[in-house]
Design a protein around this ligand. Structure first.
Ligand SMILES: C[S@@+](CC[C@H](N)C(=O)[O-])C[C@H]1O[C@@H](n2cnc3c(N)ncnc32)[C@H](O)[C@@H]1O
Length: 440
């Protein structure tokens, strides 16, 4: 079905704002839709998909859109909508524009220079090539430039995976089990989940399979004391709470009141009563100090460049700056250091990011281990075997979109060595006796 020609104007209008990169693309889109209530669901979908296609293919599209007589923004818009919705769905194109689209469609993208083919900014392309080599960078970039599938997590305190598959089939929504996460489902066509009873009654949550795996490797058990140090809106908190079978105590820390506020309705839906959201001022907050040495498991889902989530947030590669990585590293090291104080002897900490850069991952962990001889690295192969997750990894969890069909994630498990037995308190009488003896 053809899109109304006005969609081109709407998409171009919002694109101008998005390409200023002063706010995340999804925030700008939501604001635009709020200001344009007359746009129907289908039109909104087309504008959003068109914008995301432009952000994914910006390097390639810009090169072509800048040539010719039409304004660049109009050409970018046409390319984005044609990529997302199909060239046949576009109404209101001039003859010249139709000819332009046909010409671009005939280009073999494999013949483009590698960086343009990757659709990554130069600094990021160079970093990936240094880390993965050129061939793998192109495969990775290709996967990062595809939209993510929709993954769900079954809330094990409310339902089983089989119950949910059967209930979704009645909706009808086709879903298949995710290959690695035992409670995950991959939905084949994206339905409006908010209207499903399964969602309203807390039986399912939207969560990428990779994110589910991060919670699982924390290995949180019944009755334990657990901290989700950077809980945000609680994506991983909810899965940790369910792993603990709604027992024990799970603190959800974050510095952002706004993000923690989003966790509250999700907690209510999930039926969890073991979660305690706590806003902290920073990673050295006195609220943390009170729990020092008392916690069994800590998850640090650290703030990071977010480069592993480009399938969902393609604007991040254009908004993120190379200089920001060094600032991020300082923050990550400081948060890891603060969170590690919480652990009991024998307790485990998972340091995780959704970054693909070694600088925010392996490097931070190595630096921490060098400064903290009271911790050791538990090889990920061992942790995955303990959790019965059929994934081959070495020391770290490195989930890659082109290999595992998840967002890009990193995780390392750090265990605190048993604390040395406390020196017995000096007996005041014994002291007196000694003093007496000395005096004799
Ligand atoms: C990657 S996000 C967490 C996402 C969340 N765990 C989830 O699964 O939805 C990182 C979070 O760290 C929080 N943060 C930043 N600095 C922090 C700090 N010093 N202490 C605790 N949290 C912090 C941010 O507000 C953000 O919510």
């Amino acid at each position: 079905m053809r899109l109304p020609p006005a969609i081109l104007g709407n998409t171009e209008e919002v694109l101008r704002e998005i390409l200023r990169f002063s706010a995340p693309a999804d925030t700008t889109l939501s604001r635009y839709f709020k200001d344009h209530p007359r746009l129907g669901t289908r039109e909104r979908g087309a504008v959003a998909e068109g914008i995301y296609a432009i952000l994914r293919n910006k390097a390639f599209f810009t090169d072509f859109a800048e040539a010719g007589t039409n304004p660049t923004m109009r050409r970018l818009t046409i390319l984005g909508l044609a990529e997302a919705m199909g060239a046949d769905s576009l109404g209101g194109l001039t003859e010249e524009e139709t000819e332009f689209l046909t010409r671009i469609a005939g280009i073999d993208r494999n013949l483009m220079p590698p960086q343009m083919r990757s659709n990554l900014p130069k600094w990021l392309f160079d970093k990936f090539v240094a880390q993965f080599g050129e061939e793998e960078t192109l495969a990775l970039a290709d996967a990062l430039n595809q939209p993510a599938p929709l993954d769900l997590r079954v809330n094990s305190i409310k339902a089983t995976r089989e119950d949910v598959i059967a209930a979704l089939a009645l909706a009808p929504v086709a879903a298949v089990p995710t290959p690695f996460a035992p409670l995950g489902l991959r939905v084949l066509r994206k339905p409006n989940l908010q209207n499903l009873d399964l969602f309203k009654n807390g039986s399912i949550e939207v969560q990428d399979e990779g994110s589910q795996l991060l919670s699982q490797i924390v290995g949180a058990k019944r009755g334990e004391m657990v901290v989700d140090f950077c809980a945000g809106a609680g994506g991983k908190t909810l899965s940790l709470g369910a792993s603990m079978r709604n027992t024990g105590r799970l603190y959800a820390f974050d510095i952002s009141e706004k993000r923690l506020a989003k966790l509250k309705p999700r907690m209510a839906r999930s039926g969890l009563s073991n979660v305690h959201p706590v806003q902290i001022a920073h990673e050295r907050d006195a609220k943390i100090k009170r729990l020092a040495g008392k916690i069994d498991r800590v998850l640090v889902d650290a703030p990071c460049s977010g480069l592993g989530t480009l399938r969902r947030n393609p604007d991040v590669k254009w908004r993120q700056k190379v200089e920001a990585i060094a600032e991020m590293q300082v923050k990550q090291a400081s948060i890891l250091d603060g969170a590690a104080r919480l652990l009991k002897g024998g307790g485990r900490l998972v340091y995780a990011t959704c970054s693909l850069l070694d600088e925010e991952n392996d490097f931070i962990v190595q630096q921490f281990l060098a400064a903290h001889p009271e911790f050791f690295l538990v090889p990920m192969s061992q942790v995955l075997a303990e959790q019965k997750i059929a994934l081959e990894m070495g020391d770290y969890l490195k989930l890659l979109p082109h290999k595992h069909q998840t967002d890009g994630f990193f995780a390392a498990v750090l265990e605190r060595k048993p604390l040395p037995p406390r020196a017995p308190k000096a007996d005041p009488d014994a002291g007196t006796a000694d003093a007496d003896a000395d005096a004799q």
